[in-house]
Design a binder for this molecule. Structure first.
Ligand code: DGL
Length: 270
């Protein structure tokens, strides 16, 4: 395996770009091949079987791009599909849940942690499992926030409607008096300002993207796969629908201008 091969990153839509942004920041020489499953978003309300089948197709597509490692930049797919798919492919693959749980455990002072995510991520209980493996006495409170993903996909990032929705969802966690709140869906960092405003200054927000990029770096280093220091990456972006809308959105949040986004018929990767 050559160190100048790309890293594959995928999500159900635009959310994984928050992880891409962090990888670009921490590992500027790594080339990224991104896939956003914009035709089938959201994953959060779908079953484990469906999300695993979708993830498997995407992984097959990424493997045709000769990726040297894969990052599942989606909490729902990390919670539902990572363990299964990791056993099926020779390429190293990581998710965002374990790094997010690690950061949360290191961040909390009171031991009371809130997790917000999709229905699937919260129901999977995987954050709780990783957190309790680190420290049994942590108190973890999960809250599914299903309306956040469509609001973000719609671009309502600074909208009063999004703030109202956030106030309703976070009221329950307010009562639990958490001091740390995990943004357990890769779409949520895009509405971080609103979540911060509603959660209040006493609550530290955890974005698993930072630790995920660090985990990727450790993995590539351990396997001798870090890109050359003078490598100039040529990132590629693919979606299953709406390439132009995706490109505009991506250009508004990524540090570099995206030349082109291509549509892929993902169901052919079965
Ligand atoms: N961004 C994804 C996550 O982190 C999925 C959102 C969705 O498709 O429901 O869970």
């Amino acid at each position: 395996m050559s160190c100048n091969l790309p890293v594959g990153v995928f999500d159900s839509g635009v959310g994984g770009l928050t992880v891409v942004k962090e990888i670009m920041h921490q590992l500027p020489n790594e080339e990224i091949v991104y896939f956003g499953d914009t035709a089938r978003v959201p994953y959060g309300s779908k079953s484990k079987e469906t999300v695993t089948a979708y993830s498997r197709q995407i992984v097959k597509f990424l493997q045709t791009k000769k990726v040297k490692a894969i990052v599942i930049a989606c909490n729902t797919a990390s919670a539902f599909a990572l363990e299964t798919i990791a056993k099926e492919i020779p390429v190293p693959i990581i998710g965002v849940v374990k790094p997010g749980a690690k950061t949360a455990a290191e961040t909390t002072r009171s031991g009371r942690i809130g997790i917000i995510g999709t229905e699937g991520t919260i129901k999977s209980g995987l954050y709780n499992e990783f957190l309790h493996n680190t420290n049994e006495s942590l108190q973890v409170f999960g809250k599914a926030c299903p309306l956040f993903v469509p609001l973000v996909e719609e671009g309502w990032i600074h909208d009063p409607v999004t703030k109202e929705v956030a106030s309703r969802y976070l009221a329950e966690l307010h009562e639990k008096d958490v001091d740390t709140l995990v943004l357990g869906c890769t779409h949520y960092p895009l509405i971080r300002d609103i979540i911060h405003e509603v959660a209040g200054n006493g609550v530290t927000l955890v974005n698993p993207a930072y630790e995920t990029a660090r985990t990727l770096q450790e993995l590539l280093l351990a396997q001798g796969l870090l890109a050359d220091e003078n490598a100039i990456p040529d990132h590629k972006f693919y979606v299953s629908d709406g390439a132009e809308k995706f490109r505009e959105f991506a250009n508004s949040i990524l540090p570099c201008e995206m030349a082109e986004t291509k549509d892929v018929n993902i169901i052919t990767f079965d």
